[in-house]
Ligand binder design. Sequence first.
Ligand code: FNR
Length: 380
Amino acid sequence: QTRIYLAGLSGVMPALPVDFATLEARAAAALPPSVLSYVQGGCGDEHTQDDNVAAFGRWGMVPRMLVDTAKRDLSVTLFGADLPSPLFMAPIGVTGLMTQDGHGDLAAARAAAETGVPLCASTLASDPLEDVRAACGDTPAFFQLYTPRDRGLAESLIARAEAAGYAAIVVTLDTWVTGWRPRDLNASNFPQLRGHVLTNYLVDPRFRAMLGHPPEQDMRAAVGLWAGTFGKVLVWEDIAWLRSVTRLPIVLKGICHPDDARRAIDEGADAVYCSNHGGRQANGGIAAIDMLPGVVASVDGRVPVLFDSGIRSGTDIVKALALGATAVGVGRPYSYGLALGGAAGCAHVLRCLLAEADLLMAVNGLPTLADVRAAGAVPR
Ligand code: FNR
């Protein structure tokens, strides 16, 4: 924050915009249209996606005065790790499309190493999960699982994540099938995406055994096997199986209903992740931030509550924390940072988000996250 301000005061133009709207406009001008539609697009007429963002404007915070906020503490402990802030990078598949060298996940991982902001690496990452974990350096990382229909393949991915040193397994519940995404469908985007989704599978021993021949010999067959095994329809009974195959904390991503949050804990989840996938999976829903308070009330402090969908600024981060989130993820913002500036662009976006959150805590009289939580936010 100090660095960004000092540069501004001495007349140095930032290399990239410091706000989301300008950043997105720049990314829109820079990215090929099909890649832009993949990143920016959502489900159906995108009503839910748009409302994810708009809903933050319907929550407000009341500043407190005469509090010493000269020092702020944004640190948080998550899955046994001490983190400098509650911000993390939500899992984004196929980030290789966004960077010029095709290694978007390594770039995001380097930004994680540089900023201390954890990356949740997607199953559909464009770089193997082992390399991504290594590039994160001392910053903890999480592995996001799209559970394959083949249990052996799922267990292989989990075992690899465990061996690589990931701190948690984030199981995405809302995407065993892809939502109705008109922008991708109209652009006929799927062959292009498919070229990037196989990275973690091609190096997987179980996947290679299932294929029966080196993937390079027949990539069409590899793509077919991937598509055929992609999404398991998970039901509550599967959580016990997941629990039995890993000692890592299990985070359930996509929990929005208070009853599901309660059941998730009953079934052994170590954290609940309230998200509607940035509005990409189901349209016709309620803004994610409006569902957070119900999830938080139902969890009642028993496990951490992660949140994403619609965060565009440091102000949004503080509002989500005020409404009870333990940690807050962003998707599009860091994707645009990657697109415009690789690892450095990604780190820039993360630093701007944190600088704004930190300053807001300073001027609102809230020196710690406990103070933010206690202050809460009010509907307007
Ligand atoms: C995603 N998201 C996602 N989620 C997941 O669990 N696995 C994945 O591979 C992906 N891939 C993905 C690609 C792209 C281009 C986007 C934009 C999103 C969803 C992501 O983790 C997160 O839930 C949303 O991005 C959060 O919403 P915002 O911050 O983009 O509004």
